[in-house]
Design a protein around this ligand. Structure first.
Ligand code: NAD
Ligand code: MG
Length: 336
């Protein structure tokens, strides 16, 4: 039994908490122990974060955009086998763009295990990755809504929100996470079509989706944007992408002020180098990919699973005073 297996002392709980007081305040819906404390995923014990996951050098690999998790080597960890929920998002209804892979998949798995229904959007070419996520959500007994389509189209963005609302019977968590990143050595190599695709995906789509979603969001709802350390420390070869991530950060800081009086919180997550499909499908040069994450103080890239709890925390009701904030996870490098 989960209870028996994971009995933990209060001291151990506190010692292992990522979000100290906030997580202790979380409702211990599942597996409440005799001490009255939840016995969920806290008892992992001390683990050295530097040695948790693969380090460079990585094998050369290249996929056509947008890339598939199933073809990556090594396969990223999205928490499929490890994330344990504790009812922190019980009964919530979340829409996650780019929910098939990377940070979006990690958030989708975590949200479902925390008790939320989840709708995911992705490109049609990613159907096989998306199916894996849909099955994992269903396994938790939650509603799983798959809505493929291209976010560069305003009409689709409107339809996406309508379908998510219809499928789940409402919406109270919106995660604008989908993104396009294509590395280009020079500004002269960026065509107008290229530039436009990055702007449409990373800036216009969250704008269109948020406008469509807002009428459905009640007080207590949360909006989360995946921004990047690129917003504040842009790479030379990510000229267009870095600008969109600055825009995502400003989206968070402006919208949080605008929606505060409506009781809707808006926050962002700023990852550093994370091992995802985006990086192996044109997001990074081969040289950068082979040494991916090697220049961070941890000496390795992050895995999507390592950010899942941040997406949960920002959506959870007990983060009630946090809005307009950007939360970083970058292995010691960068600033949010
Ligand atoms: P990912 O490739 O797993 O996810 C990106 C997703 O965006 C894709 O799965 C795809 O479904 C979606 N997408 C792209 N273009 C789309 C379009 N036109 N229509 C619909 N969906 C589209 O990669 P990821 O790294 O998990 O990316 C998620 C977010 O994280 C992005 O916003 C990215 O900018 C951000 N980010 C990533 C890193 C990193 O190192 N991986 C670092 C900082 C920020
Ligand atoms: Mg994908």
């Amino acid at each position: 039994m989960e209870n028996e297996k994971n009995k933990i002392t209060r001291r151990k709980v506190i010692g292992n908490l990522a979000f100290g007081a906030a997580a202790l305040a979380a409702t211990p819906v599942l597996g409440a122990s005799k001490s009255g404390l939840s016995s969920f995923s806290l008892a992992k014990g001390l683990e050295d974060p530097t040695g948790l996951y693969p380090k460079p050098p990585f094998k050369e690999q290249k996929q056509p955009w947008p890339g598939l998790v199933s073809k990556m080597d090594p396969r990223p960890d999205h928490g499929e086998a490890s994330y344990k929920g504790s009812g922190r998002l019980a009964g919530r209804k979340a829409l996650i763009t780019g929910g098939d892979s990377g940070m979006g998949r990690a958030a989708a798995i975590a949200y479902a295990r925390e008790g939320a229904d989840v709708a995911i959007n992705y490109l049609p070419a990613e159907e096989s990755d998306a199916r894996e996520v849909i099955e994992l959500i269903k396994k938790e007994g939650r509603k799983a809504i798959a809505i493929p389509g291209d976010l560069r189209e305003e009409e689709f963005c409107k339809k996406l929100v309508a379908q998510a609302v219809k499928g789940m019977g409402g919406l109270d968590i919106l995660v604008n996470n989908a993104g396009r990143q294509q590395t280009r050595e020079s500004i002269l190599d960026i065509s107008s079509e290229d530039f436009d695709a990055t702007m449409k995906t990373n800036i216009y789509a969250p704008f269109w989706i948020t406008k469509a979603a807002l009428p459905h969001l009640k007080p207590g709802s949360a909006i989360i944007s995946t921004t990047s350390v690129q917003a504040t420390d842009p790479s030379a070869e990510l000229f267009d992408y870095a600008q969109t991530k600055s825009a995502n950060t400003s989206y968070v800081r402006s919208l949080a002020k605008q929606l505060a009086s409506k009781g809707i919180r808006v926050n962002g997550v700023a990852p550093g180098p994370i091992w995802t499909a985006l990086q192996v499908s044109g997001g990074a040069t081969m040289e950068k990919l082979k040494n991916f994450g090697g220049d961070t103080p941890f000496g390795r890239p992050g895995q999507p699973a390592e950010l899942a709890s941040i997406y949960v925390q920002l959506a959870a009701a007990d983060a009630s005073y946090a809005t307009g904030q950007i939360y970083g996870a970058a292995g010691g490098g960068g600033q949010p």
